[in-house]
Design a protein around this ligand. Structure first.
Ligand code: F6R
Length: 239
């Protein structure tokens, strides 16, 4: 399904309602989130809606698609920390309601993280953003599509973004990140991917209309039966 919104703001509001509906469903399992410029305003909209008209958060269970390995706990560059600040705290969730990859360390961290997700009933809805090169989570071009959670090597572009946005010195820059793999993402019962801006229009076209291949990791979403693409008019301009 492809939904096109006139403005990014309309997309953020619609995505926030989708997210709230998903967390309030009485189904088993977790609701997966991603961090970044696209999902931050969606989480902000969720927090605003909750502040204006609180809903019952006791049944909410969330997890995150990825996080950088080796960033000190509590640092704002950590994806887990941003999920805490954007959702866990504003919604008053207990620590046990958020399964965050930042807690998992060591070589077996990806397998442990994935096992914990399975133990909690899997992911019933995973929300994603899209990178300009077609990455989802830290599944960059070339990642094998059959992969479960793994420690991904971070490309220079991601390190540059971390440096620019969070002032993380290059000397302390993580080299790897824990991410759910394409196979893990495809095991989610539902996937929602939100994309805005003209810069991503070409990759949106390739992901939706191009062949499914490892050069464009998001093209793997064509293999899933329940994917909602939420696009603003600019991101949809090449479809
Ligand atoms: C981050 C993540 C990434 C982002 C992607 C898009 O947790 O999973 O795949 O979703 O890099 O980021 P923005 O929205 O900043 O363009």
């Amino acid at each position: 399904m492809i939904n096109v919104y006139d403005t990014p703001q309309q997309l953020y509001a619609a995505a926030a309602w989708l997210w709230i509906r998903a967390v309030l469903e009485s189904e088993d399992g977790l609701v997966g989130v991603a961090t970044g410029a696209t999902t931050t305003p969606i989480h902000q909209a969720v927090a605003l809606l909750y502040a204006a008209a609180p809903f019952d958060t006791r049944g909410i269970q969330i997890c995150a698609v990825d996080d950088y390995a080796g960033i000190e706990p509590g640092h704002i560059a950590s994806c887990s920390e941003r999920v805490r600040r954007q959702l866990v705290q504003p919604l008053g969730l207990g620590e046990e309601q958020a399964l965050l990859p930042g807690r998992f360390t060591g070589r077996d961290a990806p397998q442990h993280y994935e096992a914990q997700i399975a133990q909690r009933g899997g992911i019933r809805m995973q929300m994603l953003g899209l990178g300009e090169d077609g990455h989802i989570g830290f599944n960059y071009p070339g990642t094998p599509m059959g992969s479960g959670a793994f420690l991904a090597l971070l490309p220079q572009s991601t390190k540059d973004t971390l440096h620019r946005l969070y002032g993380l010195p290059m000397a302390k820059m993580p080299t790897h990140g824990l991410t759910l793999g394409i196979r893990s993402i495809l095991m989610s019962r539902r996937i929602v991917i939100a994309v805005t801006g003209a810069r991503k229009a070409a990759i949106v076209r390739e992901a939706i209309l191009g062949p499914v291949n490892e050069r464009v990791p998001a093209s793997a979403l064509q293999l899933h039966r329940d994917v909602a693409w939420l696009l603003d008019r600019e991101a949809a301009s090449k479809l």
